[in-house]
Each structure stands twice: as C-alpha cells, then as structure tokens.
Write a protein that binds this ligand. Structure first.
Ligand code: KG4
Ligand code: ZN
Length: 348
C-alpha cells in the first residue's frame, strides 16, 4: 500500500505545502511573501500574518495538484523548528487541526534535517541518484552554515559551523549595504553573472578547523564601500556587477576552502580510499557560483556531488514531506502538544 504524506513548511517567509507518495513527489506549492522586500529582512509579525493568509489556499492547491483526495492522506508532517515562532505556530496549528479532523498521525520535522533529506526525493521513475551513507553535507541557508556528517536519515552530526553570521545572511547584508532589496542573495547572484569576480578583493577571516566566520567580511565590505562612496557617490551604481561578482566569489571561496578540509578529514577518519559523497543544501545552494565551484571539484578532484534541484534549494515543503515519510516508516509520530522551537536542537 502506498503512503501519502502532506508536508507543511512555515518556518520563515515561505508558506509551502507538498504531497509525496512514498518517496516520489506529487506536488510542491510555495507562496512567497513580498511584504519584507523594503525592510532589508523578514519582519516576524508580517510573516505570521502572511502565513495565516496563505496557508489554506496553498494546502488546497497542493492536494489538488497531487490529484488525490484528502482522505487518502496517511499522515501530516510539519516543520517544528528552527525558525520564527509566530510563523511556525501557523503551520503547526493547521497541521494539528487537520490531523485531528482526518484522524491521521502527526509528524514533526526539523527544518535543517529536511534540507539535507531533500536529496532523497525521487523523480517519477526514481531514476535520480541519491547519496550513500555516510556522506557530508554543507548546509548553507539564511540562518545556518554548517557541515553535517549524515550516517543515516536521522543520524546526523554537526562537525563545523559558523560562529557568527550565516552565508545567506552575509549575501543579504551585503545586498542591503548596496541598496538591493531583501532577499539579496538571488539578486547578487543575478548581477554577478555580468561582473568581474576578481575586480575587488575583500579580506577573508581565517579561523581554525571546520568553523566559519563571516562577520568580518561584512564589515570590510561596509568600510570599503563607505570609503569609495566618499570619493564617488555613484560608486555602487557604477560598479554593481563587479561588486556582486567579487563578494559572491569571496563567500564561495570561503565555503569551498573549508569544504575541501572537511572532505579530507572525513576521508581520513573513515579510512576510505575514495572521497565520501558530498551534498549541498539550503537556500545558498541555489547560488550559481557555489554550484559551479562544486561541479569543478567533481571534475578536478573526482568528488561524487549532489546539488539539489532549484525548487528544493530554498525553503519548500517537499523536503518536509520526504522527512515525514522516513519518520512514518519508523512510526515516529508527534503528539498534539508539540510546540515549536526557535533554535536548532542538538542533532544526533
Ligand atoms: O534555506 P532558505 O530558503 O531559508 C532559510 O532556512 O534560511 O535560505 C534563504 C537564504 C537567503 O539568505 C537568501 O538570500 C539565500 O538563501 N539565497 C541565495 C540564493 N538564493 C537564495 N544566496 C545566494 N545566491 C542565491 N542564488
Ligand atoms: Zn531553510
């Protein structure tokens, strides 16, 4: 018998619902929120309200597109955290009510684990390859930047992470400094396509081990622009593409340098002769510079790489549904008293 899971994601500023049949995706519907554009970041109050507005139409559309009746659903999976509490509450409350109404189990999902598990979503004919355990994942999003060793679907260990800003946050803050609206990451990526990545050099903070630090880069970018604007008030407008290409290249270099270290370490620790499989996940995995750098490592170093399709890079409910499916198989269900969490729980 087939399992149908409805996934619901509402941790930040995307309201998303998806239906999965076992591990094959049937629908994945997302409503973004334009209200944050001019604020330079997500405004939590506005985000919760927009979720409240969007959640029913998004879920109805996802079930319709999946071409199933709601009575066929086997369980409902929702994001429990980390994220904005007010946003999470909208998805969680809906999931609880719907599971009571349909008399089916409720499954809680961790947003960061779900980003990684998006690599296990299969095409219709299950022809797409999936990573082999144990593998390494670089999770890069608006709130997190970390290396995770994945030994099994829910046996994950964080082996390095940012000590201050996340990579996505750095893209967004750099964009804000240049007057580019939120979320700045995708726009920096777009402007960077026609810019020179070597035109400007920004200092890269060096910290030991597999941890990252991005706050120094943001500050050096801010001071550099402040000095240039004193000489020429139109400096940003005149050099936007090169600035975007240069800041993007710096962030990607920092990520790739540590990724190579992490791959070396995990290869030695596993005493394997071959590299472990390596994946990227989270919003910044949509970045064309990072994708190219990883493809380059595949071609030059022989890494077996996994890059999520664009629709599973940024926040989506398909990843919540696949995580829900694996929990359904284990009989790992949540109670009606489940509450959201804002910060990452210890993964392992
Ligand atoms: O995973 P995600 O959708 O939400 C969180 O869980 O945080 O990640 C959002 C982040 C934002 O910071 C956004 O600017 C960044 O991902 N992002 C990108 C690109 N697309 C999204 N950053 C760089 N290049 C992109 N193409
Ligand atoms: Zn995310």
């Amino acid at each position: 018998m087939q399992t149908y899971i409805l996934g619901i994601e509402s941790s930040c500023d995307d309201t998303s619902a998806a239906v999965i049949m076992d591990d094959v995706i049937l629908s994945n519907v997302t409503a973004g929120q334009d209200v944050h554009k001019n604020f330079g970041g997500v405004v939590p109050e506005l985000a919760s309200r927009a979720h409240q507005q969007n959640i029913i139409p998004v879920i109805e559309t996802a079930i319709q597109k999946a071409n199933i009746g709601k009575n066929q659903l086997s369980a409902i999976a929702f994001t429990r955290g980390p994220g904005l509490l007010g946003s999470l509450l909208v998805g969680i409350s809906f999931a609880k009510a719907f599971s009571l109404g349909l008399n089916i189990p409720l499954i809680e999902v961790d947003h960061l684990q779900a980003h990684i598990l998006s690599h296990f979503i299969r095409n219709n004919d299950r022809s797409n390859p999936i990573p082999r355990f144990p593998f390494l994942c670089l999770t890069v999003s608006g709130g997190h930047t970390q290396f995770v060793m994945i030994r099994d679907h829910f046996d994950m260990e964080v082996i390095g992470q940012t000590i201050d800003d996340a990579a996505g946050e750095t893209f967004d803050k750099a964009a804000k400094i240049m007057g580019i609206p939120y979320p700045g990451g995708p726009l920096i990526d777009k402007f960077a396509q026609s810019g020179d990545p070597k035109r400007f050099i920004f200092s890269k903070p060096r910290i030991p081990g597999l941890d990252f630090s991005f706050s120094g880069l943001k500050t050096s970018f801010l001071y550099f622009l402040r000095d240039e604007l004193k000489k020429d008030p139109e400096f940003i407008e005149k050099n936007k593409n090169d600035l975007c290409a240069s800041i993007q290249a710096t962030i990607v270099d920092m990520l790739m340098l540590k990724l190579k270290m992490a791959m070396d370490q995990t290869r030695l620790a596993g005493k394997a002769s071959a590299w472990p499989d390596v994946a990227i996940a989270g919003g910044v995995s949509a970045n064309s510079g990072l994708r190219r750098a990883l493809e380059n490592a595949r071609d030059t170093l022989g890494w077996n790489i996994f890059i999520p399709p664009m629709q599973y890079s940024t926040d989506n409910a398909a990843m919540i549904a696949i995580a829900g499916y694996f929990k359904f198989l284990k009989g790992d269900f949540a109670s009606q008293s489940a509450i959201p969490y804002a910060r990452q729980q210890v993964t392992k």
